[in-house]
Structure formats: structure tokens, C-alpha cells
Design a protein around this ligand. Structure first.
Ligand code: BGC
Length: 469
């Protein structure tokens, strides 16, 4: 009985009631408004960054594009074709370049030289050198976007911390690296966050896709906001996509009541303490470590493995987030658990392995429910913005946690249904969204520019006729 109480006590801080989730959603609702405000946004933990993406695809976009995708441990270069007749975004080819850990923490110049070199290799292998295709750059970090091709990095997140990049224009750094080489050049550039890329790539298939969400190494979402509410941007009519950077929710301490001692340790031992608290409770970079810390605590309290830890269990980051998906699998999960525990050098019995499953489930459920609460907040906001009793919308989603974890998406949806009962949300899983989406943003920007040119020309014709009269 004592042991049982011990397990329950250790896991209960991870169980968030519906009332608590409603409170969290209400706090986020206020923070969205703070982030959008002209004066309040400077200090807002949820940054609500304008993206200068004013329209989702209408299905008439077309052409060939290059896309770069930087945001996780790999960097990708893609050649993308948008085919109007089939309303399809096709990946013609792509190449992955690993980014060594030292480079993620080294000088920015070195990182951008590496990116420029990978792009060169790709252009050579595809026989594209000499063409100046428009380029979409998915850069999955918080950036203050000045224009579609000018984007200042606010701060690094996830595992990156390269010097000399924060506060700088990322497009300029990329162009400088290419010019340093001097053997090729690029056409117009459009900068995109991965959430925006995801929304836009799904938007070609489903034109009611107005939210993009990522739950992978990091977490974040974007959505279409009324321009009149974006006080930092001029204009009254129409909409603009806002990159919420909801990972920063709680950085002012407003989630103190739900943070556990394990969340505090994860934050304090990270390379960016105090930053992205919400993300650290949710995303793939941190979930495994939360589980590991919990397992260590349970073992120390003699509630697991007869009180015996192992070297691996005591090693930071040794319990990978992907283990959670394997452990929580419906069929075969228990066997996977036992294999993983053996790999980690632990002596387990069948009760231990069941408890480890419960621990993983407590941590992944909390993540899914928090994400669900945040997504419900966005959907409710869109509905109220449009004065609708009922909103039907689509969310484009990407990220390994959402895609690979066996119960994550179900739990997230259940939470959204509870907290946003008047919103009917379709979830569209994006394939290659950030790469294809970057091309899509570039294509939509070109379509809008083309439409503006046509309008100006036809205005000119009317003026001429009037003059003749
Ligand atoms: C970044 C976001 C990004 C998210 C998902 C976060 O750490 O700040 O810009 O969208 O990760 O990749």
C-alpha cells in the first residue's frame, strides 16, 4: 500500500484537471493579446511575431523553387515544384546535411558557411547551378520579421547557441556566406518559420487550413489573425499569419503552479535557462529527460528497481524521447519497455516495467493536454475574431512527437474538443511541410506581387482612357 501511495504521489503533479487546463488556456488567451499589443509586446513572453504572410494558397500558384530547412539536428536542401493543374507540391529531390553538435554551439559564420556549402553541393548534384531559382528558407527559431526577406533572430532555442547570430538578419548572414564562396548566387528569398511552412503546405491541399502546429524537437504554432489586431503592423483590412512562439509561454512565471520539480531541473540544466518553459514541458527535446529524472527519483525512494539505479539512468539525456513511444505502444509496449530497461543496465521485475510505462504515460499525456489547451485557445480566438458561433477549420501539423507517439494525437484532440467545443477542427498531417511550405510562401508572395502588377496595369489603362475622353 505504501509503495502504491508513493507511485501515485510522484505522478499526480503531472495530471492536470480540465479546470486547470481551462485556467492555462485563459492565461494563454491574455498572453496572445499582450504579444499583439503595440507597447506590451516588448515584454510579452508569447512573442506573437508578424510573418508578413498575408494570404494562404488559392491553388493557382506554380513554379520551381529551392527550399532550405534548418531547425532540428539536420539541415535540408530541397528542390520543389508547385504544379497548378494537380494542386500539388512536389518534392523533386532533397539532400540532408548533418549539423555536428559543436557547430550548433560554435560561431555563426561557421554554421552559415556550412549551409552555403551544402546548398552548393545540392545545386551541383541537381544540375541547377547557374539558374537563380527563388528560395524559401525555413528557419525554425523566433525571428522578428521586418519583411519577407529580412528576419532578425531574437534568440536561439532547442540545441542551438551559435555566437554572432542573435540580433542579426539571417538572410543577410546566408547571402554573405554565399558571397564569401563567390561561385554561385541565389534569387529572391522568403523567410519562413516551420509552423508557417506547415500551414502553407497543407493550405494548398485544404484551403481552410489556417493554423500550423509543430510538436517535435520544439513546439510552436501559427494562425491567421485579423490585421487590425496586429498593432505593430499598419493596416485595417485582411489577415496576417502570426507566429505565436508559444514555447515561451510561462517565461514570466505564470505557469509556476503546474511546473514540477523535474521541469525546474530540466530548465536549469539546459543551455537556455529561463527560456521556453512551455516548450520544455512539451517537446521532444525534453520529454525523455523529464521521464529519466522521475525514474531516478522513484528509484532513490525505493519505489523502482529495488532502489538500484544504473550508470545509464544517471546520465543526462540517456533516456531518449523516442523510448516513450516504444514503451507506450499498445501492442508490444511492455516487451519494448523491458528491452529498454535492460539496455539501460537496470534490473527490473514485471511491476517495475508497468510502473515505467505509467511514468512515460503521465509525462506524454501532460504534454498532449497542454498542447491541446494551447491549440484550443487559438481556435477559440479565431472563432471570436470572426464573430462566429461555430468555426470549422483545419490545422496543419508536423513533428515527431505528434506523428510517432501512439496516443499523443488522440489525447490532444480530446482536450481540444473539451476546451473548444464550438470549433470543429480537422487535423492534416503535413509531409515535408517545412520544406514544401517555404516554397509555397515564396509562390504565394509571387502570385500576390503578380496580381498587384496586373491591377496597377489595368488601373493605368483606365486612366489612359479617361485622359483620351
Ligand atoms: C522555435 C520555433 C519553432 C519550434 C518548432 C521552437 O523552439 O522557437 O520557432 O517553430 O521550435 O520547431
Amino acid at each position: 500500500q505504501q509503495t502504491f501511495d508513493g507511485w501515485i504521489r510522484s505522478l499526480s503533479p503531472f495530471h492536470l484537471s480540465v479546470e486547470k487546463l481551462r485556467e492555462v488556456s485563459a492565461r494563454l488567451r491574455k498572453d496572445l493579446v499582450r504579444g499583439l499589443g503595440k507597447h506590451s509586446h516588448h515584454k510579452a513572453p508569447v512573442k506573437m511575431l508578424p510573418t508578413f504572410v498575408r494570404a494562404t494558397p488559392d491553388g493557382t500558384e506554380k513554379g520551381d523553387f529551392l527550399a532550405l530547412d534548418l531547425g532540428g539536428t539536420n539541415f535540408r536542401v530541397l528542390h520543389v515544384r508547385v504544379v497548378e493543374e494537380e494542386q500539388k507540391v512536389l518534392k523533386m529531390d532533397s539532400q540532408i546535411c548533418a549539423i555536428p553538435k559543436e557547430m550548433m554551439l560554435g560561431p555563426g559564420v561557421q554554421l552559415f558557411d556550412h549551409i552555403a556549402a551544402c546548398l552548393n553541393d545540392f545545386l551541383v548534384s541537381q544540375n541547377l547551378k547557374g539558374q537563380t531559382l527563388p528560395l524559401g528558407f525555413t528557419f525554425s527559431f523566433p525571428c522578428e520579421q521586418k519583411e519577407i526577406d529580412k528576419s532578425i533572430l531574437i534568440r536561439w532555442t532547442k540545441g542551438f547557441n551559435c555566437s554572432g547570430v542573435e540580433g542579426e538578419d539571417v538572410v543577410k548572414l546566408l547571402k554573405e556566406a554565399i558571397h564569401r564562396r563567390g561561385d554561385y548566387d541565389i534569387g529572391s528569398v522568403a523567410m519562413v518559420n516551420d509552423t508557417v511552412g506547415t500551414m502553407m503546405s497543407c493550405g494548398y491541399r485544404d484551403q481552410s487550413c489556417e493554423i500550423g502546429m509543430i510538436i517535435g524537437t520544439g513546439t510552436n504554432a501559427c494562425y491567421m489573425e485579423e490585421i487590425k489586431n496586429v498593432r505593430r503592423v499598419e493596416g485595417e483590412d485582411g489577415r496576417m499569419c502570426i507566429n505565436t512562439e508559444w514555447g515561451g509561454f510561462g517565461d514570466d512565471g505564470c505557469l509556476k503552479d503546474i511546473r514540477t520539480e523535474f521541469d525546474v531541473v530540466v530548465d536549469e540544466t539546459s543551455i537556455n535557462p529561463g527560456i521556453h518553459n512551455f516548450e520544455k514541458m512539451i517537446s521532444g527535446m525534453y520529454l525523455g529527460e523529464i521521464v529519466r529524472l522521475l525514474l531516478v527519483r522513484l528509484t532513490e525512494n525505493k519505489l523502482l528497481f529495488e532502489g538500484r539505479t544504473s550508470e545509464a539512468l544517471l546520465t543526462p539525456d540517456a533516456f531518449e524521447t523516442k523510448f516513450m513511444s516504444e514503451i507506450e505502444e499498445r501492442d508490444g509496449g511492455l516487451e519494448n519497455t523491458q528491452n529498454i530497461l535492460t539496455e539501460l543496465g537496470l534490473k527490473w521485475d514485471s511491476v517495475d516495467s508497468r510502473i515505467v510505462r505509467l511514468v512515460c504515460n503521465a509525462v506524454s499525456s501532460r504534454s498532449a493536454r497542454l498542447c491541446g489547451a494551447a491549440l484550443a485557445t487559438l481556435a477559440n480566438r479565431i472563432r471570436v475574431n470572426r464573430r462566429l458561433d461555430h468555426l470549422k477549420t483545419t490545422v496543419g501539423v508536423d513533428g515527431t512527437v505528434y506523428k510517432k507517439h501512439p496516443n499523443f494525437s488522440e489525447e490532444l484532440r480530446a482536450t481540444v474538443r473539451l476546451l473548444a467545443p464550438d470549433c470543429d477542427i480537422t487535423f492534416l498531417v503535413s509531409e515535408d511541410g517545412s520544406g514544401k511550405g517555404a516554397a509555397m510562401v515564396t509562390a504565394v508572395a509571387q502570385r500576390l506581387a503578380h496580381q498587384t502588377r496586373l491591377l496597377e496595369e489595368s488601373d493605368g489603362e483606365v486612366d489612359d482612357e479617361e485622359e483620351e475622353d
